[in-house]
Design a protein around this ligand. Structure first.
Ligand SMILES: [Mn+2]
Length: 413
């Protein structure tokens, strides 16, 4: 069977609201043209768990057209592992992503589309689709907090279905792709026995292998994060289960360019020139109004501060020709740098920070009536040094000394 894989439509995403709908529609029309037998959507159809009626209307318009189409394949069997229910036999299968996640037992917007019979909500269920003698089984795991993935999978006890091409569909971070947290599931921890692994959540396209089988992330159909890796055109996969081969199909998506500008002792004029030449170059090649992100870093000339960068003038000049996003947070100016350096060296209005600390420390000791047989300056030095054992020994001694005083005061109880 030809399985279309499209993800992260983010309908209702405010920044690129029209693009989200338009590009989702492009994808759906292209999927129909490609003659797909079935469609799977691994999460984030909606950008928010509580979309406005206008956004729900967009989704209904998209999926109603899809649901009335004559599909070559249809539902054969629905196996809920929790409380899943099915209200249609059309082979359009989705799970909620992290953006649609709601408290357990509550309805999310994706569930609504399932209840309306516009798609099959495959959350914690196995959906078997049949076309003639061919069968494809899709297990769906709705997006959930990363630390719960492993226990949820072992609770559900999902298994591939015999005699089917088995797809494992989920919506999570993967440690090998985003190595930021030990909570993220590793490739090797995903259940074995599936013929294809499909993930949503990550907005750029990724192709890898899990247990020797293909692992695909189609990425989002609309730009959201403005990361450098999102410059490729958006699209969806058509996966052929007979040959286990796939193709990525582009959709007409708004062009996006990420440009790094490195400054060195630049004046505000230099910044304008650099930015404008980068923008003009992109505009010359763009067929429609592009999204351009300028990531500016480096240093600006003495006498100017970061706030003097003429960003507003650049935004205004190109407002009708491009959607600009200028990040100048990595630009440093000499004055600010010198300020930070002074603090580092401990020069604060002529006072050395260490001395200042020592003064506060000594006066607090005096205030609290500390009379141990040790010089406050020596104590401060030991406590702020790396001599851990010496510090522990000293503090223990002093505490016992204080304890004795305390006991005396309370009458020896
Ligand atoms: Mn997403």
């Amino acid at each position: 069977m030809k399985v279309a894989i499209v993800s992260d439509l983010h309908l209702g995403y405010e920044r690129f609201y029209d693009d989200a709908y338009k590009q989702a529609r492009e994808a759906f029309e292209a999927i129909s043209r490609e003659g797909a037998d079935m469609v799977i959507i691994p999460g984030d159809i909606f950008d928010k768990r509580n979309p406005k009626p206008d956004v729900i209307a967009q989704a209904i318009n998209l999926f109603r057209d899809f649901s009335r189409k004559q599909w070559p394949a249809e539902l054969d069997k629905f196996i809920p592992l929790r409380n899943g229910k099915v209200y249609t036999s059309i082979p359009v299968i989705a799970i909620p992503g992290t953006h649609e996640r709601v408290a357990e037992g509550k309805e999310n917007p994706l569930t609504l589309l399932g209840l309306a019979g516009l798609l099959i909500d495959a959350s914690e269920s196995i959906v078997v689709i049949r076309k003639g003698q061919e069968k494809v089984a899709v297990f769906g795991l709705g997006g959930l907090s990363e630390e719960r993935v492993k226990s949820e999978l072992s609770d559900l006890g999902e298994k591939p279905v015999e005699g089917c091409f088995n797809i494992f569909m989920f919506h999570q971070s993967i440690y090998e792709i985003l190595p930021f947290s030990d909570n993220f599931i590793h490739f090797e921890e995903l259940p074995v026995g599936y013929d294809l692994y499909v993930d949503g959540h990550i907005h750029n396209r990724i192709e890898d292998k899990v247990h020797g089988k293909p692992f695909l992330i189609p990425g989002s159909t609309v730009l959201t994060q403005l990361k450098e890796g999102e410059q490729e055109p958006k699209g969806f996969y058509i996966f052929d289960t007979a040959s286990s081969t796939w193709e990525f199909k582009h959709i007409n998506s708004r062009p996006y360019k990420f440009v790094r500008i490195q400054l060195s002792e630049a004046t505000p004029n230099d910044v304008i020139n650099e930015a404008e030449s980068a923008i003009e170059g992109i505009l010359a090649a763009a067929s429609e109004k592009p999204i351009i992100r300028l990531s500016i870093s480096g240093t600006i000339a003495k006498g100017f501060k970061n706030v003097d960068l003429p960003l507003h003038a650049i935004y205004t000049k190109y407002s009708s020709k491009a959607i600009l996003d200028i990040d100048s947070s990595k630009v440093t100016d000499q004055e600010t740098e010198e300020g930070i350096e002074e603090i580092r060296e401990g020069k604060l209005e002529g006072t050395n920070i260490k001395e200042l600390g020592m003064e506060i420390f000594s006066s607090k000791l005096k205030e609290n009536g500390f009379r141990a047989d040790v010089n406050p300056a020596e104590l401060f030095n030991i406590l702020s040094s790396n001599k851990k054992e010496k510090a522990i020994k000293l503090v223990t001694e002093m505490l016992s000394e204080l304890g004795e005083k305390d006991t005396e005061g309370k009458g020896g109880v």
